[in-house]
Write a protein that binds this ligand. Structure first.
Ligand code: PEP
Ligand code: MG
Length: 381
């Protein structure tokens, strides 16, 4: 970054209290996020890690296995690769927190959808084509984004989360042993009920105990929940009892609050907004009478039940200046946005913090000019 821009960002940092993290799935993203001043990674989307040629076959084998033992065998092949993924991120972040979001997408995404692909898969798995076709059809859903994904997959096929938790803990032990700081955070996606958190927490605790015993090493970790369904926001009090942090995923939360597909909305929102139905495209700016309202309700309910719980935002809104200002006013602990938006987020958070402090000392709404602007120097450093 340009030196004077860096200096501006450093000044801005002295004014803001809300932290800024980056969303990063790869070592390169993590390095970019650090370069732009991210104070941690607030979202590692792990599903991308299973699509490459080396990993997809094991993933498919796992999907076709009927017994937990066979699923574990397939996932064991992925374990060293996942461990290496997380080790790299922990090393780059060097003591800053890294929030790893457990597996989120529908399993169907990992299967071929054309006849030729299914034929190849049948050959590689040594199964009749009809078995493959039947399984692909059985996993197909009319509304996959509202279906068997997120924690629902994690509970139905628990071996996936177990493998990921093991990879996270083993990576944390490795990195810790080399003397580097490491703060692993595990985040559960698409939660809508407290019981989901209890079930996953129980399994994750089991894996942590096993890795501690096997490695004879103690380590800490934090378990958190993504709030991306309206129900999770409304039940945030109960959910907070079972986790250390909450992070609003506004992509899904917006989709579910409006009942509007995040994948299709952009195509028609422009003309729709033009009709005056919504003031803004809801995926663009946080709507404080809808999605934002749920953020406020969820934050208040979680903090009422568990004062001091960390509350954050990691959906796309966390990279939008107006939405970031909203997060600052809502008192969130941090926002996590795409790496290239980290400087924007640092500035937006600082600007809103300054505006808030000025509003406390001067009645900005009255339009009156304050006599003494000296305080501003104090605020901006
Ligand atoms: C979200 O839903 O806001 C989120 C961050 O997760 P994803 O975009 O991966 O669904
Ligand atoms: Mg999501």
């Amino acid at each position: 970054l340009d030196e004077s821009f860096n200096q501006l960002l450093d000044w801005a940092d002295t004014a803001r209290s809300m932290k800024v993290r980056g969303n990063a799935d790869t070592a390169e993203d993590a390095r970019t996020a650090r370069m732009f001043g991210a104070q941690g990674i607030g979202l590692v989307r792990t599903e991308h890690m299973f699509f490459d040629d080396e990993r997809l076959p094991a993933m498919r084998e796992m999907i076709f296995a009927d017994q937990p033992e066979d699923r574990r065998l397939a996932l064991d092949r992925l374990l060293p690769m996942q461990r290496a993924d997380f080790t790299a991120l922990f090393r780059i972040m060097d003591g800053y927190p890294v929030t790893i979001r457990l597996f989120d997408p529908p399993l169907h995404e990992f299967l071929p959808h054309d006849r030729e692909g299914m034929r190849e898969l049948a050959e590689s798995l040594d199964l009749p084509l009809s078995d493959v076709v039947r399984r692909v059809e059985a996993l197909a859903e009319y509304n996959p984004m509202l279906g068997m994904r997120g924690v629902r997959v994690g509970i139905t096929v628990p071996e996936i989360y177990e493998m990921q938790a093991r990879a996270i803990f083993e990576a944390a032990v490795d990195v810790g042993r080399s003397g580097q700081g490491v703060v692993p955070e595990i985040m559960i996606p698409l939660v809508s009920a407290m019981r989901e958190v209890e079930l996953v927490r129980h399994r994750v605790e089991g894996i942590a105990a096993a890795v501690r015993a096997e490695t004879r090493t103690d380590f800490d970790y934090r378990l958190g929940v993504m709030v991306e369904t309206p129900r999770a926001a409304l039940r945030a009090g109960d959910i907070a009892e079972h986790c250390a942090f909450l992070s609003f995923g506004t992509n899904d939360l917006t989709q579910m609050t409006y009942g509007l597909s995040r994948d299709d909305a952009a195509r028609f929102m422009g003309s729709y907004v033009g009709q005056g139905v919504y003031a803004e495209d809801p995926f663009h700016i946080l709507d404080d009478e809808g999605v934002g309202e749920l953020v406020l309700i969820g934050t208040a309910r979680a903090r009422e039940r568990k004062p001091g719980i960390t509350v954050a935002m990691c959906g796309e809104h966390a990279g939008n200046p107006e939405s970031i200002a909203f997060c600052q006013r809502a008192g969130l602990d941090y926002v996590s946005c795409s790496p290239f938006r980290v400087p924007v987020a640092r500035l937006a958070a600082a600007q809103e913090a300054i505006r808030q402090r000025l509003a406390e000392s001067v009645d900005l709404d009255s339009g009156a000019e304050p006599d003494d602007w000296a305080g501003l120097g104090r605020i901006t450093g």
